[in-house]
Design a protein around this ligand. Structure first.
Ligand SMILES: CC(C)(COP(=O)(O)OP(=O)(O)OC[C@H]1O[C@@H](n2cnc3c(N)ncnc32)[C@H](O)[C@@H]1OP(=O)(O)O)[C@@H](O)C(=O)NCCC(=O)NCCS
Length: 212
């Protein structure tokens, strides 16, 4: 018997260079969400030049979240990627998903749509003497939120950290992003209010060019 409602298949897989246009759009949507469009200058060529330059997990790594009303093909090349076996889940929704940006985010396979991403890379928390993962960005497109996909993405990053025997996953969240903070707390994360973020960038960074 068919499952009730409309099944939605979801998959987390490693990103590849052909995902750059979608990743670029997701980053810009995230900047709009965070009211940070004015500082978001990322271009597709920046991403192409700086991502995918090292094997996955050794440097900047992206997990892509995709959804499809049809099962993902078993012979998909992603299933034979030696670096990462995709995570697949089925969500039974009461209604078919209404995605206003479907055309912008659809992939080569007509049925598949990119719904979110997580970008992370190794760091080294000195006090532990072991590497961790720094989660630079996590984003689920608006129409796919509150369905467990954010949890699926963050869990995939955490699971990878455990697999590599890393000590932690670490990230930043804006004070005003109350919903994301609730999500992180729900995931079991500790929020550390005693820390502040420091950054040297733009002119303040360039001033140091001739330091010795
Ligand atoms: C934060 C984000 C990644 C969470 O993804 P999501 O798919 O919506 O989250 P999930 O459905 O997996 O939520 C898991 C749990 O987290 C909590 N949670 C998630 N969103 C929440 C919200 N808006 N308000 C309260 N609790 C929330 C809930 O406990 C939820 O479980 P429930 O839906 O069964 O109650 C997503 O909302 C998002 O991309 N937001 C915009 C970008 C952003 O804020 N990124 C983080 C920057 S630091």
């Amino acid at each position: 018997m068919d499952a009730p409602g409309s099944p939605l298949f979801s998959r987390i897989r490693l990103a590849s260079p052909s995902d750059v246009p979608h990743v670029h759009k997701l980053i810009h949507q995230m900047a709009v969400f965070e009211n940070l469009s004015h500082v978001c200058s990322t271009t597709e060529s920046d991403l192409s030049a700086n991502l995918f330059t090292s094997p996955p997990f050794q440097s900047f790594t992206i997990f892509i979240l995709e959804v499809s009303p049809k099962p993902f093909p078993e012979n998909s090349p992603h299933n034979s990627n030696p670096n990462y076996i995709p995570v697949v889940r089925i969500l039974n929704s009461d209604h078919p998903m209404d995605d206003p940006d479907r055309e912008i985010f659809k992939s080569e396979d007509e049925n598949v749509v990119v719904a979110g991403f997580a970008l992370f890379f190794p760091n080294f928390p000195a006090y532990t003497g072991r590497p961790g993962l720094f989660l630079e960005a996590i984003f689920v497109r608006k129409c796919y939120r509150r369905k467990g996909f954010g949890k699926m993405l963050l869990s995939a990053v955490a699971k990878q950290a455990v697999k590599m025997n890393y000590c932690e996953v670490f990230w930043l969240v804006l004070n005003r992003n109350v919903n994301a903070t609730r999500f992180y707390e729900d995931m079991g994360a500790q929020i550390l209010p005693e820390w502040r973020i420091c950054r040297l960038a733009g002119d303040a960074l360039q001033l140091h060019e001739n330091d010795n």
